[in-house]
Write a protein that binds this ligand. Structure first.
Ligand SMILES: [Zn+2]
Length: 285
């Protein structure tokens, strides 16, 4: 008989925007993909605001994102999680890595570190002080391959990510640490997100290994792009979506997610479009 720990965990997915600006069509499409996948698995769909980088945040963006998602019928199964409330948890993970001598302070500047973002000056052997230095963790380099539900098998690069910043010298946790720590804490089993994060996934899996946690199943959705092919993002000036035009926005997002779908009539309501998406959504398991 299988023990409880061997039993498959119930599906738990999430959408985790950073509040660097309001929701645009690209982030709506990603939210919708993760929502459909959770709901078609009768799973939970959680919202997490990744507000760990105040200098890059836009005042009021979190509220705009949550209001816009709600206007599109995308409601979290549980209260919204805010990463800024988890600082102590991230810090305690760093402390445990330090105690195990798996973490070290590094003085390499962004310009000095190599193209994979690694320490290049053997800072680990020099036992530097915390002052003004990034904290890095030594990552495992094996067993990092994974099979993406959309892209298929993804092999880890031969030149591995053997260390990465987990706490930055400006006093803030890194995205890598926060995203993995929070997905583990929330029991996330499935991550459906944009394919710009596909090649950061090996580093995240390495951190899961270090934390003795099972990585989730991943699906990386195609990115919504501008006409010139560049990713639609806050940085490339993507226009915020107008929450008062929810059905039109959902229709556009559906067209991006599934160009092959024959969408309902143009006058279809928001509820009809969401129901259509739920009925037709499928990704390889
Ligand atoms: Zn270094």
């Amino acid at each position: 008989m299988a023990t409880a720990s061997n039993a498959p965990r119930p599906y738990c997915g999430r959408f985790a925007p950073s509040p660097s600006g309001p929701l645009h069509l690209g982030s709506l499409a990603t939210a919708l993909g993760s929502y459909f996948d959770a709901k078609t698995h009768a799973g939970l769909w959680l919202l997490r605001i990744e507000d760990i980088d105040p200098p890059r945040e836009q005042v009021g963006a979190s509220e705009l994102i949550l209001t816009a998602l709600a206007a599109h019928g995308l409601i979290s199964s549980e209260p919204t999680v805010w990463q800024h409330q988890h600082t102590e948890h991230y810090q305690s993970i760093c402390n445990s890595f330090l105690a195990l001598k798996l973490a070290f302070y590094c003085e390499c500047s962004r310009q000095q570190q190599d193209h994979r973002g690694r320490c290049v000056n053997d800072c680990q052997s020099r036992a530097l002080s915390p002052n003004g230095h990034n904290l890095r963790v030594q990552l495992p380099t094996t067993d990092l391959d994974f099979t993406d539900r959309i892209h298929g098998p993804i092999t880890a690069p031969i030149e591995s990510f053997d260390n990465a910043i987990i706490w930055r010298k400006n006093g803030l946790p890194s995205y890598l640490l926060a995203v993995v720590a929070d997905d583990i804490a929330a029991g996330i089993t499935h991550v459906v997100r944009g394919e710009d994060l596909l090649h950061d996934t090996h580093r995240q899996i390495a951190l899961y290994r270090l934390l003795n946690a099972a990585p989730p199943r991943y699906a990386h959705l195609p990115l919504v792009t501008h006409a010139d092919g560049h990713k639609l993002s806050k940085q490339t000036g993507a226009a915020p979506i107008d929450p008062t035009c929810a059905s039109m926005n959902i229709r556009q997002a559906l067209s991006w997610l599934r160009p092959d779908w024959d969408l309902p009539e143009p006058d279809a309501s928001l509820d009809e479009l969401l129901a259509f998406g739920l009925e037709h959504w499928s990704l390889p398991e």
